[in-house]
Design a protein. Structure first.
Length: 163
């Protein structure tokens, strides 16, 4: 077998492997490239397979980012969403753009996170709630706004119960 035909065979095998991977689940370009390299393909062959899939519109990082942001079940902050997308190989600016275009804004997500937190940990202290919301990627200004609003509402409920 000539070196050219061996190279073409390797590229075909890499493309078939990439197609199998994409049939199982949606991947970013970076994820697909890394998986192909872990399977033992040369970087050039893996890059050619990724380019081929991208050319055939089987890979779309923008669509991946949009679907990831819109499909996220756990309410997390914008910073955490961006970090998770970057970790998956999405460009930081593209990730910020997709998160900014999300149909659910950060204030709605932090309200949902707070509600979930209070449902599971009813006696959680103010500081502990703030730390947990911070770990979910919400900015301090939003955290303390939500905590103040709910602390006032909780105090009003307690005073109403006393009367």
């Amino acid at each position: 077998m000539s070196p050219e035909s061996a190279q073409r065979a390797s590229e075909r095998h890499a493309r078939l492997t990439a197609l199998r991977m994409l049939a199982l689940r949606r991947l970013t370009e970076a994820q697909l490239f890394a998986k192909l390299e872990r399977k033992g393909f040369d970087p050039e062959v893996a890059a050619a397979a990724v380019a081929s899939c991208k050319r055939d519109r089987l890979l779309d990082d923008t669509l991946y980012a949009t679907l990831y942001v819109e499909g996220k079940r756990a309410p997390v902050g914008d910073a955490r969403l961006v970090a998770e997308l970057v970790k998956r190989g999405i460009d930081r600016d593209a990730a910020r753009e997709r998160v900014a275009e999300s149909s659910i804004d950060e204030s709605a997500r932090i309200e949902a996170a707070y509600t979930r937190l209070r449902r599971t940990h009813a006696s959680l202290s103010y500081q502990s709630a703030a730390r947990r919301l911070e770990r979910l990627g919400f900015p301090a200004s939003s955290i303390y706004r939500v905590l103040r609003e709910h602390a006032g509402a909780d105090l009003g409920d307690v005073l109403a119960d006393l009367n």
